[in-house]
Design a protein around this ligand. Structure first.
Ligand code: IPM
Ligand code: MG
Length: 382
């Protein structure tokens, strides 16, 4: 193994080009622990990662005046997968919107056409009591929110704020969807449901919004014509927010637009006990000729500036995002299972970062969690 990097050997190994973008706040800390696991995989499993690192968000703005440089954008597009930490923080609150940390993330999503955002919400047995909901409501929960990520009000034109003659302002954002955009996200949802519990709930506001009524009409057609064997229903977004808390087990795959998906996925994430546990994958369509797709993996949580630099953050959401990368980009289901099993092991042994600790639990640091994960992997692979 040791000599696989020597000339001639490298070309025989299927290298996986991986771009790591730690970002801001707790991003670099949690990514540091995930890097340990990536290194472990590199040493111990039949895989070689060619890892490079870049700047995104406020870190990129501080270094170069923009939240994502053209070079980093090009690196991302040329990578097999991108792993991102988190972006944003109060430090950049007054930076113009086009340079805000979030703009870097939105550019990555848009330019790589990452329209399908998978946000699983899974309640680990060991964490049932960390949820603010009753254990009987959340125990065993395993749902998937599929969020449309490159359309809707996040990108619709026109947008902006104009000053009116009387000196007051008028702000505009625009919700836009095309038939093709709605069809393709629904198809991903149905395909995913077939590998799960075979149920899709399409969520919009068809009672109020034009795009919502159009979405519902398209969903009805796609379901009937292309996926007659998948259980299917519609739900209004406000009702969905309520039903998620009342009885989340009624859902399997929820397919929804960019803005509703943003909100419902935060809600679903919190039901699992902590935003610090939830991974996500953002995928483009498969290129028919190359068989490749762009992919970006990131935790659902943000940069948590209040605890940044304190070695307190939970690295598990970013680690589980790496696990999703193994599964969806690299077809390495066994290795993905191993990562998930290591997470179960550390939780099972009682280790908790502050965000998932109940009173009486021993609270561990970010780095201790990372060490424990590597120990768990060692034990599993022994
Ligand atoms: C998310 C985040 C982002 C979003 C922000 C950081 C732009 O909340 O990924 O859910 O709104 O999409
Ligand atoms: Mg969000």
């Amino acid at each position: 193994m040791a000599d696989r990097h020597t000339a001639g050997i490298t070309s025989m190994v299927a290298n996986k080009k991986l771009l790591v973008l730690p970002g801001d706040g707790i991003g670099p800390e949690v990514m540091g622990e995930v890097r340990r696991v990536i290194d472990w995989m590199d040493r111990r499993r039949a895989v070689t990662f060619e890892v490079s690192e870049g700047l995104v968000g406020g870190a990129a703005y501080d270094a170069g005046g923009t939240a994502l440089s053209d070079e980093t954008m090009a690196d991302a597009a040329a990578s097999d997968a991108v792993l991102l930490g988190a972006v944003g923080g109060p430090k950049w609150a007054d930076v113009p919107r086009v340079h805000r940390p979030e703009a870097g993330l939105l550019r990555l999503r848009k330019e790589m056409d990452l329209f399908a955002n998978l946000r699983p919400a899974l309640v680990f047995d060991a964490l049932v009591d960390a949820s603010t909901l009753k254990p009987e409501v959340v125990r065993g929960l395993d749902i998937l929110i599929l969020r449309e990520l490159t359309g809707g009000v996040y990108f619709g034109q026109p947008r902006g704020v104009e000053t009116l003659p009387d000196g007051s302002e008028r702000g505009v954002d625009t919700q836009v969807y095309t038939t093709g955009e709605v069809e393709r996200i629904l198809r991903v949802g149905f395909d995913l449901a077939k590998k799960r519990r075979n149920k899709v709930t399409s969520v919009e506001k068809s009672n109020v919004m034009e795009t919502g009524a159009m979405w519902r009409k398209i969903a009805t057609r796609v379901a009937a014509e292309e996926f007659p064997d998948v259980e299917f229903d519609h739900m209004l977004a406000d009702n969905c927010a309520m039903q998620l808390i009342r009885d989340p087990h009624q859902f399997d795959v929820i397919v929804t637009d960019n803005l509703f998906g943003d909100m419902l996925s935060d809600e679903a994430a919190m039901m699992t006990g902590s935003l610090g546990m939830l991974p996500s994958a953002s995928l483009s369509a498969m290129d028919a000729t190359s068989g490749r797709r762009h992919a970006l993996y990131e935790p659902v949580h943000g940069s948590a500036p209040d605890i940044a630099g304190q070695n307190k953050a939970n690295p598990l959401a970013t680690l589980l995002s790496f696990g999703m990368m193994l599964r969806y980009s690299f077809d390495m289901a066994e290795d993905a299972d191993l990562v998930e099993a290591a997470v179960q092991d550390v939780l099972g042994s009682g280790l908790r970062t502050a965000d998932i600790a109940a009173s009486g639990d021993e609270v561990v640091s970010t780095t201790r969690m990372g060490e424990a994960l590597v120990e768990a992997l060692d034990r599993r692979a022994a």
